[in-house]
Structures are given as structure tokens and as C-alpha cells.
Design a protein around this ligand. Structure first.
Ligand code: 1GP
Length: 232
């Protein structure tokens, strides 16, 4: 059985708490050529802000996924293609592995057919997500490969996500994660800012995730990273 992300080279992550570049619209964002939009952020996200982005993107063709950072921001909306829920393998406590998830399942009638988890390995200690989850980012190449393998083989994860949010990561680490995987899809995110940086990581990752660039530089810069991801 194939999953949508099997065919994704590029994902654009929209932080509902951040603005687009002056003069740009969500129509422009949806026309960058990205394979999917992931809507989610770490800080100050609310379901209202989530809804605004979903409403603005709903009428375009790009698949829309919500990436909730806690149960309170999950939005039920037919315009969404699904939910990609982070599980942080190297979090400092179980809250980000099963804790928040258990609460979500307890209080919600989860739409499992449209819900998939992403097995995160967080590698930038300065990122808000590392701070929030208390992640132990002191991981060697071998550690990351082992996390990737256990994510797929022990936990049955379909998506493994090497996350350097805010900084460009080590391609050797990403290559090692890829080498450890059999059929799972490898996402890489962090610091992709132009054609070359996207191309470099797309050599190893199945899917490159671009985040801040859309909020800081805009859609033309994002479109370049889409080209690179497709060329790699
Ligand atoms: C964040 O991996 C994504 O979750 C993308 O990171 O914002 O550094 O592009 P950047």
C-alpha cells in the first residue's frame, strides 16, 4: 500500500503564528509547487490561528496536513487531508512520546484513518522544539541511525523525521538515517534556504521540509527549494 508521502519530495511547513512576507498570499504559497503543506508550529499556536491558515489554503490543490503540537490545537476540518502527529524519540520525558498523545486519545474520537505519526529525532539544541521537549540532541551518527531503525522496525513508524529546525544539519547524519531505513519515508527539516541547501539534503532524505524560509524570504525562495528537491 502506498502512502501520500511516498511521493513527496518537498513539504512546506507553515507556522500559523508567523506572517507571510509583505505582499504575498496563501494563494502564492500554494503555487510554489510544494507537494504538501504541513500546518504547525511550536510556540503560541491556537486552533483559531490554525483555522485561518486552513481556510486560506483550502481552495487550492495542495494537500493540507495539520501537525499539532498539543491536543488543544487540533482542528477538525474537512479541508484537511490528515494529521501528522509528532512523536519525539529523543525527548527528555514521556510526555512527547506518549503523554500528550494519551490525553488526546482520551478526550477525542481520533480519526485514525487520517492520522499518522512522525518519529522525530531532534538535533538542534537551540531550537524551541528541543527546549520544549527537553530533547537530548547529543546524538552521534550511529545514534541517529539506531533511532531511525528502531522507529521503523520496533515502533512501525512510516515517517522518520530528522529535525534541525532553525539550522542546517549534518548531511552525514541524514545519510546514516536513510541507510538505516527499509521502507519508511525520511523527512529532513532545518535551515534549508536556497537551491543548494535543498539539493544537498534531498540527496539523502526522501522529503525535505522547508519552514522559516517562507516567512522570512517568501515564495520565490521556496520555489527554488522545490526545484532542487525535484532535481535531486
Ligand atoms: C521545522 O523542520 C522544519 O519543523 C523546517 O525547519 O524552519 O529551519 O526551515 P526550518
Amino acid at each position: 500500500m502506498t502512502a501520500p508521502w511516498d511521493d513527496w519530495d518537498h513539504v512546506l511547513k507553515i507556522d500559523p503564528d508567523k506572517r507571510l512576507v509583505e505582499g504575498e498570499t496563501f494563494e502564492d504559497v500554494c503555487r510554489t509547487g510544494t507537494d504538501a503543506l504541513e500546518i504547525g508550529g511550536t510556540l503560541d499556536v491556537t486552533s483559531e490561528k490554525m483555522e485561518q491558515v486552513i481556510d486560506a489554503c483550502a481552495k487550492y490543490d495542495v494537500p493540507l496536513y495539520q501537525e499539532p503540537s498539543n491536543p488543544a490545537v487540533v482542528v477538525e476540518d474537512e479541508a484537511l487531508d490528515g494529521y501528522l502527529v509528532p512523536v519525539v524519540l529523543n525527548a527528555g520525558g514521556v510526555s512527547w512520546v506518549t503523554g500528550a498523545h494519551k490525553e488526546w486519545v482520551r478526550i477525542t474520537d481520533v480519526d485514525w484513518d487520517r492520522t499518522t505519526t512522525e518519529a522525530y529525532i531532534i538535533m538542534n539544541p537551540d531550537a524551541s522544539v528541543a527546549e520544549l521537549t527537553g530533547a537530548d540532541c547529543d546524538q552521534s551518527v550511529e545514534d541517529v541511525a539506531a533511532y531511525a531503525e528502531l522507529a521503523e522496525q520496533m515502533l512501525g513508524q512510516e515517517i522518520v523525521y530528522v529535525e534541525y529546525s532553525g539550522t542546517f544539519g549534518d548531511p552525514e547524519v541524514v545519510a546514516a538515517a536513510q541507510g538505516a531505513l527499509d521502507a519508511a519515508t525520511l523527512f529532513y527539516g532545518g535551515g534549508i534556504h536556497d537551491y543548494d541547501s535543498a539539493y544537498a539534503m534531498a540527496q539523502h532524505a526522501d522529503t525535505v521540509v522547508v519552514g522559516d524560509l517562507v516567512h522570512e524570504e517568501g515564495v520565490d525562495a521556496v520555489a527554488e527549494t522545490v526545484d532542487a528537491a525535484k532535481d535531486a
